[in-house]
Design a protein around this ligand. Structure first.
Ligand SMILES: O=c1ccn([C@@H]2O[C@H](COP(=O)(O)OP(=O)(O)O)[C@@H](O)[C@H]2O)c(=O)[nH]1
Ligand SMILES: O=C(O)[C@@H](COP(=O)(O)O)O[C@H]1O[C@H](CO)[C@@H](O)[C@H](O)[C@H]1O
Length: 208
């Protein structure tokens, strides 16, 4: 089974090291694709300092657009999406995600944070279908309309497609994993405003 890891990254210069230092030890470098989504910080430079493929989008496309840029680049049959701001990622997490698809012929595996931090654990208990950590058979992605413009609605679009088409989906627990929250990245006011924008992008996909 051939899997590429796709990491969409927008202004993650402070966070992406923690992810790339782990994935580059587990997976062959040519299988790792970082998509710099028009960042205005040094994300591009940091990503380029690792032995990975870096796709540089000069304008911000939103998360869905960045993910699909990676999907369109790879020839592998499966793609594993990981957020660039994970804290506590280990090779066991990556191996578990890949092994689950391999052993159980699952179409999509969704990784859920547990015992990472109370706030992020809770967010994923409430809305596991939003998780950015997921491995999926690439062919499905071409059947879903407008993923590249879905921005933060991309996970809802994937979840809805999976449900409608009776895909085999499995949620697995990723222990001791969390991520940097928007308010931590941007400060409370800007972070909260960005969160509301994300909810709007999600809501548009829920109702569409
Ligand atoms: O326009 C964007 C917004 C986000 N991201 C990336 O998508 C992932 C999830 O975004 P974020 O961490 O902001 O969302 P959260 O997990 O806080 O909801 C991260 O790797 C971001 O760098 C992106 O590539 N383009
Ligand atoms: O879990 C959530 O409610 C949101 C927000 O996370 P935080 O409140 O910033 O920890 O994060 C997820 O949702 C986004 C939209 O589906 C995904 O793109 C992110 O990858 C995911 O972490």
């Amino acid at each position: 089974m051939k899997v590429s890891i796709i990491i969409p990254a927008y202004n993650e210069e402070k966070n992406i090291d923690k992810v790339l230092s782990v994935v580059t030890k587990v997976v062959e470098p040519q299988k790792i694709i970082v998509v710099n989504d028009g960042s205005t910080d040094n994300t591009l430079k940091v990503a380029q300092s690792y032995p990975v493929k870096v796709i540089n989008l000069t304008n911000n496309q939103g998360k869905g657009g960045a993910m699909m840029a990676g999907v369109n680049y790879t020839n592998d049959d499966y793609v594993l999406f990981l957020d660039a701001d994970l804290i506590g990622l280990t090779n066991e997490h990556i191996e578990l995600l890949i092994k689950t698809v391999q052993d159980e012929y699952i179409d999509m595996v969704v990784g859920i944070f547990e015992s990472g931090r109370k706030s992020t654990d809770l967010a994923q208990v409430v809305a596991p279908f939003l998780s950015g950590q997921r491995l999926i058979k690439k062919e499905h992605l071409y059947n879903i309309e407008n993923l590249n413009t879905a921005r933060f609605g991309v996970e809802v679009a994937l979840t809805k497609y999976a449900h409608k088409n009776n895909l085999k989906v499995k949620e697995i627990v990723l222990k001791n994993l969390t991520h940097v929250m928007k308010e931590e990245k941007l400060g409370f006011t800007r972070g909260f405003a960005y969160r509301l924008k994300m909810y709007w992008e999600i809501a548009k996909k829920v109702t569409h």
